[in-house]
Design a protein around this ligand. Structure first.
Ligand code: NAP
Ligand code: GCO
Length: 259
């Protein structure tokens, strides 16, 4: 059996109408998985279903907010009944607010923490019982360069993604005995709607990040697909609590000497 096959598996990717989540879901489908995704509105879910269909994928879309525990629990039960036990969970849904800490309100800080850190806890806790009953499961948390590094204006996001790294390690320790592997992917700077503001109209950050990345380019969701299939498959059954950074070398690099 191809140890990278996801045939017969049900994969839930949160926030996967587009962006990184959409790319990962497509890769899982190519590897044989049945795709389930969510978004915040029926309109976005319907658009996502249409996009998947255009790519030859019959995806199952559901509306729920990852921060709403009652919604999450009810929808996971609905997915289990309508599609099957969730074998693979990717906690992908996330937001960022780029505001200097002195100007960020506590409410804005809490909103980022709620979606980017509490959400993955809530959804992981909802799917784990089914994985435990089945005797196996894969949880992949989408971390970030900000799980390791800080930068101006992203204090809430860095706190959330740093916490998500440690939540990944902790759940890996608690659930390994049930043959559930909990790992993370730490993307570098990826060209998606979330980073579009950093690449628009000659934004100085665009050239900065290309210079800060040894691979000298922005990543794309496709760069994350192989690593995600690895962590979702039997090929990673002895990988626990690991954050796989897919960053073109950013974390290995002190930076280019000015000419
Ligand atoms: P994106 O383009 O902004 O997409 C985020 C997705 O999450 C959207 O579908 C969004 O839905 C959904 N979402 C937001 N809040 C939600 C909630 N409360 N409940 C359910 N869904 C929600 O982001 P992306 O660039 O694809 O990033 C995806 C993940 O990768 C995020 O966790 C991000 O932090 C992380 N990441 C991104 C990069 C990068 O450079 N792009 C690098 C490292 C890590 P709506 O459209 O309805 O808002
Ligand atoms: C930012 C970017 C980053 C990326 C990603 C890097 O404003 O610095 O949005 O945070 O989204 O998390 O790994």
């Amino acid at each position: 059996m191809n140890q990278f096959s996801l045939s017969g598996k049900v994969a839930l990717v949160t926030g996967a109408s587009y962006g990184i989540g959409y790319g990962l879901a497509k890769a899982f489908a190519t590897a044989g998985a049945t795709i389930v995704f969510n978004d915040l509105s029926q309109e976005k879910v319907d658009a996502g279903i249409a996009n998947y269909k255009a790519d030859g994928i019959t995806a199952h879309g559901y509306v729920f907010d990852v921060t709403n525990e009652d919604d999450v629990n009810a929808t996971v039960a609905k997915i289990t009944k309508e599609v099957g036990v969730i074998d693979i969970l990717v906690n992908n849904a996330g937001i960022i607010k780029r505001i200097p800490a002195l100007e960020m309100t506590a409410k804005e800080f809490r909103q980022v923490i709620d979606i980017d850190l509490n959400g993955p806890f809530i959804v992981s806790k909802a799917v784990a019982p089914g994985m435990i009953a089945k005797g196996s499961g894969k949880i992949i948390n989408i971390c970030s360069m900000m799980s390791e590094l800080g930068r101006e204006t992203v204090s809430a996001y860095a706190a959330a993604k740093g916490g998500l790294k440690m939540l990944t390690k902790n759940l890996a320790c608690e659930w390994a005995e049930f043959n559930i592997q909990v790992n993370g992917i730490g993307p570098g700077y990826i060209a998606t709607p979330q980073t579009a503001p950093l690449r628009e109209d000659g934004h100085p950050f665009n050239n900065f990040i290309i210079g800060r990345t040894p691979a000298a380019r922005w990543g794309t969701p496709k760069d994350l697909e192989g690593p995600a299939v690895f962590l979702a498959s039997e090929a990673s059954d002895f990988v626990n609590g690991h954050i796989l950074y897919v960053d073109g070398g950013i974390l290995a690099y002190i930076g280019k000497q000015p000419k």
